[in-house]
Structures are given as structure tokens and as C-alpha cells.
Design a protein around this ligand. Structure first.
Ligand SMILES: [Zn+2]
Length: 199
């Protein structure tokens, strides 16, 4: 049941579709936007439009990028022998903030979750195997989330990579179990990285 009509109701509905925004917050945000300067509202609208028009996924690692390849893949100072496997682009950001990793990344685009119908074929696992064949990678660090799906994905990938001559490690526990990497503080995540163990 719509309480309001027209544009304000449309805005409440759109905001309410965002993750973590309930009906009350959607309403509060919509009325906030109604009151801000037109310039502020336009900046927000333009930022949303720009992210959809200009940001795409890196052809090599599937991180977000404004170019064919992302900033990290293009950075020659990165250690080409080290590869960190994560679920989402936001995990790249979380790990970058720890300053503990100098290699490159591979973003899977999610985790194996039979309940949600996500199998290995829906993730960028084939591309990962191809990269390991093409690039001079000697160590793969599995930094999927410390929850059921993340663990299942890490063990699937580690089994797959077993036949290749590689060091495969998993970031250490000590992260809140069941949580997401992005919610771990930098120190905890950094420590999990340093304490990674061979699998
Ligand atoms: Zn990249």
C-alpha cells in the first residue's frame, strides 16, 4: 500500500530496494533528499549514473575498473607471483587497507552456494585456472569469507589447484566466523593474512 504518490513514492520504493535499507529508512532518506539543494541531489544522481556508465570489470581479475584492466593489474610494482582469491571487489578494498599484500587479485564474483543455485560455473573459476597457466604465479592465497559458502569455495578451489605446482594457502582463522571479510577491522584482517597457512 502506497502512502504517498508520484515521485516521492517512487523514490521511497527505489531506496527501499537497496541492501540494508528498510521501509522506515527509505522514507527518511527520501524526505531528506526532498529537502537538500538541487546541486547536492544532482551530484548524487550523477554519481549513480557515472558508476553505471563508466565502471566495468577488469578483464583480467574482475575487480571494478574504469579501464580494460584495473589499477592493481596495471601496477608493475605488484608482485606477479602472488595471487589473492576473493569473492567480491569490496574484499579487494578491505585487503588493500591492511597493507599486508603486495600481489594481485582474482575476484570470483561470489561464493559456491547450492541453496542460491550458485555453482563453480557461475564464478570466475575457469578464468582463475587459465590465469595460473598463463601468468608466473607461484602462490595463491584463498581469502574467501569465513562462512559456510566461503569455506566451501576455498576447499573447491584448493582441490582444483592441487595438481598444479603451486603453494596454496588459506588466510588464518581469528576472523569472526560467519562474517564477511569487509566487516573485519584492518588489524584483524592483516593478521589473518600474515598467519595464512598452506592447504
Ligand atoms: Zn585487475
Amino acid at each position: 500500500m502506497s502512502v504517498y504518490e508520484g515521485p516521492i513514492q517512487d523514490l521511497i520504493e527505489e531506496l527501499g530496494r537497496l541492501p540494508g535499507v528498510g521501509p522506515k529508512s527509505a522514507q527518511r532518506l527520501a524526505f531528506h533528499l526532498l529537502q537538500v539543494d538541487i546541486a547536492d541531489a544532482e551530484r548524487l544522481a550523477n554519481a549513480i549514473r557515472a558508476v553505471k556508465e563508466r565502471v566495468r570489470f577488469c578483464a583480467r581479475c574482475f575487480n571494478v575498473s574504469e579501464h580494460e584492466e584495473c589499477r592493481i593489474c596495471r601496477d608493475a610494482r605488484r608482485d606477479p607471483s602472488l595471487l589473492c582469491v576473493v569473492e567480491e571487489p569490496r574484499d579487494v578494498l578491505a585487503i588493500e587497507k591492511t597493507n599486508e599484500f603486495r600481489g594481485r587479485y582474482h575476484v570470483l564474483g561470489g561464493a559456491i552456494s547450492p541453496i542460491d543455485g550458485v555453482g563453480p560455473d557461475q564464478l570466475h573459476i575457469r578464468e582463475l585456472v587459465r590465469r595460473i597457466g598463463d601468468e608466473d604465479i607461484t602462490e595463491v592465497v584463498l581469502a574467501t569469507n569465513p562462512n559456510i559458502e566461503g569455506e566451501a569455495t576455498a576447499s573447491y578451489v584448493s582441490r582444483l589447484l592441487k595438481a598444479m605446482e603451486l603453494k596454496v594457502s588459506r588466510i588464518a582463522s581469528g576472523l569472526p566466523v560467519g562474517g564477511d571479510l569487509e566487516y573485519a577491522d584492518e588489524v584483524t584482517l592483516g593478521r589473518a593474512f600474515v598467519g595464512r597457512r598452506a592447504v
